[in-house]
Design a protein around this ligand. Structure first.
Ligand code: SF4
Ligand code: SF4
Ligand code: SF4
Length: 189
């Protein structure tokens, strides 16, 4: 027996179903595309390989004190007794007297460990980002002091006023989920 032709209602039902499936598929593809094409949030950071340790980070930030701070990268610190990032070039004595310290705000704390090693920690609220210790550390030390834009302070200006005047072009936009830049030595572990 020959099959009867589909009724008008049945044809309409199939047509509506097909249209629904197409629209659903299109919606899923659009959502997927939108998710992947959303621009990543970017923040400012300093490339330590390019910083020439001028004083602009201390004076040119829209915030005072600056959003740029010195950080101690412990895995590459030598824990030196004569830390050239901590002491004046010609200290009276290797002790914590204010007159012997290079840091203008006393932001670096020196603590004796097992002889002859010393620990140097940065008191961030006191740091103004002047880069004096960073410059001192690379003279004879391992370069474990470096400047970083601290994201708990930085207001992420559209145009960073330090970046505009940075002589080393050290400021970069980096993804907010990877907001710090390391030196080659740190990357190599
Ligand atoms: S302005 Fe640039 S070169 Fe100067 S201390 Fe800051 S990051 Fe370094
Ligand atoms: S010398 Fe300058 S950059 Fe270093 S800890 Fe002191 S204030 Fe910060
Ligand atoms: S983006 Fe603005 S707040 Fe952040 S370091 Fe630059 S000038 Fe300072």
């Amino acid at each position: 027996m020959a099959e009867s032709k589909p009724s008008a209602t049945r044809r309409q039902f199939f047509r509506d179903g097909l249209r629904g499936a197409l629209l659903f598929g299109l919606g899923a593809v659009t959502t997927l595309f939108a998710r992947h094409s959303q621009p990543k949030k970017l923040v400012w950071q300093i490339d330590p390989a390019k910083c020439v340790m001028c004083t602009n980070c201390a004076t040119q930030c829209v915030l005072q004190p600056s959003a740029v701070k010195c950080v101690q990268i412990y895995p590459i610190c030598g824990y030196c007794k004569l830390c050239t990032g901590y002491f004046e070039p010609q200290p009276n004595a290797l002790n914590t007297g204010a007159e012997n310290q290079l840091c203008p705000t006393g932001a670096i704390k020196r603590t004796a460990l097992e002889d002859p090693y010393y620990d140097y920690t940065i008191d961030e609220p006191l740091c103004i980002g002047c880069a004096k210790c960073v410059k001192g550390c690379v003279l004879f030390g391992n370069g474990s002091f470096q400047l970083q834009v601290r994201h708990d302070r930085c207001v992420n200006c559209n145009e960073c006023s330090i970046a505009v005047v940075c002589p080393g072009q050290a400021f970069k936009r980096v993804p907010a989920d990877q907001p710090y830049l390391l030196k080659d030595r740190e990357r190599q572990g």
